[in-house]
Design a protein around this ligand. Structure first.
Ligand code: SAM
Length: 344
């Protein structure tokens, strides 16, 4: 018996296979849109199982395409599945699924980068941040060119507790190029440790749940694919604003092979770079000769707290951007050069 107390568990009726749907609606993958489809329903079932218990859940699937994962989600006993698909060619095939699952599948022809999921599901699903996660899940196999910017946007939403996280600590199960999945989950000291590792891990518990070989997709992509599960943490491991954390992390990793003080120094105007970098490292109590990948989230917490303290002491500091200073000094140099040439 289903957990909801209903006597029957919903299963989709017999339907044409995904391969037949692709043929029927002429859904050849568009290479420029990096469309790679999963046709093996055992694999799509596995992705959906890794999302957790979906009984009576409200699920937001991003980029359903011909609907392989969509079928597995519908078979998992969800209350409602909302799919957002950009390519209109997929809508009739999805409509067929919707007819087979009356009242369960809502189809939106739109763009996940702009769709406002926070208004789409009932208010009653909302949970306090500290409570267990709400029965709202995000699942998707998107093109790699979309999944990376999207996860950065969603991490920012986690920090502001808005967007999909207006419901509480909404869980996400998403696919990434294997290398990106490894970066998202990389631990301190590992080769893959990067900006993405710190940004994801200070806000979420992040787990690479399994790898799908490239050959499982049609057409086959160049690389294997990692399925990653995210659960936002009740307490972020760094409590400074997202923009500040992003700035510190980005500066550190821009010189990933150097000692960390090199990247950190770029947080400060050239005229006072050495003293300010020294002060930051002293306040944070971080060894300047650690390499970026050796810094743990708690090192970053100390660095962000110290940088925040210095920004509070000098309110112009946060707006400082070394690239702009570089541009200005280059154009000043250019101007002087031009004037000189004009004189000649
Ligand atoms: N989920 C399907 C599967 O696993 O077989 C399709 C995967 S395919 C890699 C990515 C899908 O995302 C395509 O259907 C594509 O049209 C859709 N897509 C790409 N960018 C999108 C966007 N910005 N918003 C919504 N859908 C998008």
């Amino acid at each position: 018996m289903a957990a909801s107390g209903t006597l029957t568990t919903f299963r989709l009726p017999p339907l044409p296979t995904i391969r037949e749907i692709i043929k029927l609606f002429r859904l050849q993958a568009v290479k420029q849109l990096s469309q790679n489809f999963l046709l093996d329903l055992r694999l799509t079932d596995k992705i959906v199982r890794k999302a957790g218990n979906l009984t009576d859940a409200y699920v937001y699937e991003v980029g359903p395409g011909p609907g392989g994962i969509t079928r597995s989600i519908l078979n998992a006993g969800v209350a409602e599945l909302l799919v957002v698909e950009k390519d209109s060619r997929f809508i009739p095939g999805l409509q067929m699924l919707s007819d087979a699952a009356p009242g369960k599948l809502r189809i939106v022809h739109g763009d996940v980068l702009t769709f406002k999921i926070e208004k789409a599901f009932p208010e009653s699903l909302k949970r306090q941040w500290e409570d267990d996660p709400p029965n709202v899940h995000i699942i998707g196999n998107l093109p790699f060119s979309v999944s990376t910017p999207l996860i950065i946007k969603w991490l920012e939403n986690v920090s502001h507790r808005d967007g999909p996280f207006a419901y509480g600590r909404t869980q996400m199960t998403l696919t990434f190029q294997k290398e990106v999945a490894e970066r998202l989950t990389a631990s301190t000291g590992s080769k893959q440790r990067s900006r993405l590792s710190v940004m994801a891990q200070y806000l979420c518990s992040v787990e690479q749940v399994f790898t799908i070989p490239g050959r499982a997709f049609v057409p086959k992509p160049e690389v294997d694919v990692g399925v990653v599960h995210f659960t936002p943490l009740t307490q972020p491991r760094i409590t400074q604003p997202f923009e500040l954390v992003e700035k510190v992390v980005q500066n550190v990793f821009q010189f990933r092979r150097k000692f960390c003080h090199r990247g950190l120094s770029m947080l400060f105007p050239e005229t006072r770079r050495p003293e300010s970098t020294g002060k930051l490292l002293e306040l944070a109590d971080v060894d300047p000769t650690l390499r970026p990948r050796q810094l743990s989230v708690s090192h970053f917490k100390s660095l962000c707290d110290a940088y925040r303290q210095m920004c509070d002491e000098d309110p112009r500091l946060f707006a400082y951007n070394f690239r702009e200073e570089l541009k200005k000094s280059k154009s000043k140099f250019q101007e002087e050069d031009d004037t000189e040439r004009y004189r000649l």
